[in-house]
Write a protein that binds this ligand. Structure first.
Ligand SMILES: Nc1ncnc2c1ncn2[C@@H]1O[C@H](COP(=O)(O)OP(=O)(O)OP(=O)(O)O)[C@@H](O)[C@H]1O
Length: 220
C-alpha cells in the first residue's frame, strides 16, 4: 500500500534574485522510489534542501506527518573530504538522530552499520579515514550513512553521478530496498538507468513541475 507521507504545496523558493522553485505542488508516495529529474539549475537540489528542512520556503508549504524522520544525502561536492572521520564513523553518524551525537552505539546499531557497509561494498574500507578513500567510495559512505538512519524519508542528490557500473547497481538496489521497507525515496539524478529504475518521476524545469521526459526502460 502506498500512502502519502510527504507532499509540497505551491512551494516557491527565491535564492538571491533567482526563483529556484516556482509554485511546485507534488506528492511523494511511501514505498516507492521517485526520480527527481531536470536540467542543471532546474531546482532539484533546492527541493531536496526544503524537504530536508535546511532551506525555508519563501511561500507554500511542506506537508509531512508528525514525527516523520528524514535522512538527506547531499551532493558529493557539498561535503568536505577533509573531515577527521573514518568511513565507520561516517556511517555511525546515521544513528545520531535516534541515539544522540557521540554516544556509544548499541549492538543493534553496530549490526546495522555493518549491514549497510556490506550492502554498498564498504566493509574493507571501514577503518580508513574518509579523506583517504576515492570520491566514489566517499559517495557510497555518505549514502550508507543515509541507509543507516532508517528514516521515513530518504533524500539523495545525484549519488550515482560519476560512479562505476557495479557501484551504480549497488546504489540503486539499496534505494529499492529502502522503498521496500516503506520509505519515501526521492532520488535526484541525471542518469537514464536510475530513472528507468524508479517507480515514478518528478520532473522540474526552471523551478516548475513539467511532464516527465520519456526514458526507454533498461536504457543505460
Ligand atoms: N546558494 C544559492 N544562491 C543563489 N542561487 C542559487 C543557490 N543555489 C542554487 N541557486 C540557483 O537556484 C536555481 C536552482 O538550483 P538547484 O541547485 O536547485 O538546481 P539543480 O536542479 O539541483 O541543478 P544541478 O542539476 O546542476 O544540480 C539555479 O538557478 C541556481 O543558480
Amino acid at each position: 500500500m502506498t500512502t502519502e507521507l510527504l507532499a509540497v504545496r505551491d512551494l516557491t523558493v527565491r535564492r538571491g534574485s533567482t526563483v529556484a522553485l516556482d509554485g511546485v505542488t507534488a506528492e511523494l508516495p511511501a514505498g516507492a522510489v521517485t526520480a527527481l529529474v531536470g536540467p542543471n539549475g532546474a531546482g532539484k537540489s533546492t527541493l531536496l534542501d526544503v524537504l530536508a528542512g535546511v532551506l525555508p520556503p519563501t511561500a507554500g508549504r511542506v506537508e509531512r506527518r508528525r514525527g516523520t524522520s528524514v535522512a538527506y544525502v547531499p551532493q558529493r561536492s557539498a561535503v568536505s573530504a577533509h573531515l577527521p572521520l573514518t568511513v565507520a564513523d561516517t556511517l555511525a553518524m546515521g544513528r545520531w538522530r535516534d541515539r544522540g551525537p557521540w554516544r556509544r552505539l548499541r549492538r543493534s546499531d553496530r549490526d546495522l552499520v555493518a549491514a549497510c557497509a556490506e550492502r554498498l561494498g564498504l566493509t574493507p574500507l571501514l577503518g580508513r579515514p574518509l579523506s583517504a578513500v576515492s570520491g566514489g567510495q566517499r559517495q557510497r559512505a555518505l549514502v550508507a550513512q543515509g541507509l543507516v538512519a532508517r528514516a521515513d524519508v530518504l533524500l539523495v542528490d545525484e549519488p550515482t553521478a560519476g560512479v562505476d557500473a557495479v557501484t551504480q547497481e549497488a546504489l540503486l538496489a539499496a534505494l529499492r530496498a529502502e522503498a521496500e521497507r516503506g520509505a519515501v525515496v526521492l532520488h535526484a539524478t541525471h542518469e537514464d538507468a536510475a530513472v528507468a529504475h524508479a517507480d515514478a518521476v518528478l520532473a522540474l524545469d526552471q523551478g516548475r513541475v513539467v511532464d516527465a521526459p520519456a526514458v526507454s526502460p533498461g536504457r543505460r
